[in-house]
Design a protein around this ligand. Structure first.
Ligand code: GDP
Length: 331
């Protein structure tokens, strides 16, 4: 075998190798949309026409139009964070009111409005210092809601004082400082680790001395299941009562709409400790519908007073039960 034959063999092997490697590098077929969605960790799209709660409720009526699947309605409501006891009550009432041909979604809307009750506003005195105690777990939007409230009161021409009774988190007091500056509110704070009750007492005295119209008290929100937090909040409430000569005019729970059904446990723990007068439901600008407030209203009798729909000062509205109900049932 001469050298030429060896060269030809080497060239042929090289060509075969290059062709083989290029074939392996060719891109694979694009993934189908569902496999792409899975890789991105997303849920598979829901069937068309059944995405909103209202549409899904309408689908519980069987084809003959005369019977409805009431268990399915209960499940839909529980999945919307309504809570089993309140869901049962709604199903019972809707079933009683249902007649062949009626729209179960409209009946559910009526029930939701009935559970939520008439609108309820913040109730603050016009002739003396109004005290608003604000509680809620960390991250629920407590400080932001306080900042928005301060801005709203200031815009109405009221003198606002803020008390930083979350003396544990440095970030909380810095954030409160920023909000106080924006709304021109007077801020009472003490050094980190100070007694929250002592801050609350000082704040009432300072607000009264300045002739403030409203004092909003921020509090700590480490997990509600830890007893020391609840004891601390009870003490802050007692101190406010002693300093002002009466219970706080409002004790608001800030509840994150994305929390789901756990919100009822939070509300129960807080109202047992400090007797809530209202809920501020935050983060309703996202996809969460906040169904848990139905259970809070129904089981604990605490009205929803405010709704947070963003991170800026203007993103706080009085609770509108018709708009809330419509949003709950929409896509
Ligand atoms: P805190 O720990 O309870 O005081 O909670 P913060 O007030 O610090 O809020 C936690 C986060 O939620 C922050 O990033 C806020 O900007 C955000 N946040 C608060 N309220 C709302 C709201 O209504 N909508 C949205 N999208 N974000 C909010």
């Amino acid at each position: 075998m001469g050298p030429w034959i060896a060269i030809v063999i080497v060239v042929v092997v090289a060509v075969v190798l290059v062709v083989f490697l290029r074939a392996r590098r060719r891109p694979a077929a694009p993934p189908t949309s569902s496999s792409a969605a899975r890789t991105a960790g997303q849920t598979v799209a829901r069937p068309p026409g059944r995405s909103g709660l209202g549409a899904r409720i309408r689908s519980i009526v069987r084809a003959d139009g005369a019977t409805a699947d009431w268990d399915a309605l209960g499940e839909l409501l529980i999945r919307a964070d309504v809570g089993p006891a309140t869901a049962d009550r709604i199903v019972r009432d809707v079933r009683d009111a249902y007649e062949p041909g009626s729209d179960p979604s409209a009946l559910v809307a009526d029930e939701i409005r009935a559970v939520l009750g008439e609108g309820s506003e913040l109730d603050l005195p016009a002739d003396r210092l109004g005290v608003v105690l604000v509680v809620g777990v960390n991250g629920s939007g407590k400080t932001t809601t306080i900042g928005k409230l301060a801005a709203r009161f200031a815009a109405e021409g009221r003198q606002v004082s803020l008390a930083g009774s979350d003396t544990f988190r440095a970030a909380a007091s810095e954030q409160l400082e920023v909000w106080a500056e924006r709304s021109g509110a007077h801020l009472v704070q003490q050094s980190r680790g100070a007694d929250p009750g002592s801050v609350a007492f000082d704040a009432v005295k300072a607000a009264e001395a300045r002739g403030s119209d409203v004092l909003i008290v921020d509090t700590a929100g480490r997990l509600h299941t830890k007893q020391p937090l609840m004891e601390e909040l009870k003490k802050v409430r007692r101190v406010l009562e002693k300093a002002a000569g009466r219970a706080p005019d409002e004790t608001l729970l800030v509840l994150d709409a994305t929390t789901g059904q756990n919100g009822i446990a939070q509300a129960r723990a807080f109202t047992e400790a400090v007797q809530l007068t209202g809920v501020a439901l935050t983060k309703l600008d996202g996809t969460a519908k906040g169904g848990v407030v139905l259970a809070v209203r129904d089981q604990l009798g605490v009205p929803i007073k405010l709704v947070g729909t963003g991170e800026t000062a203007g993103d706080l509205q009085p609770f509108d039960r018709d708009a809330f109900t419509e949003r709950m049932l929409s896509d």
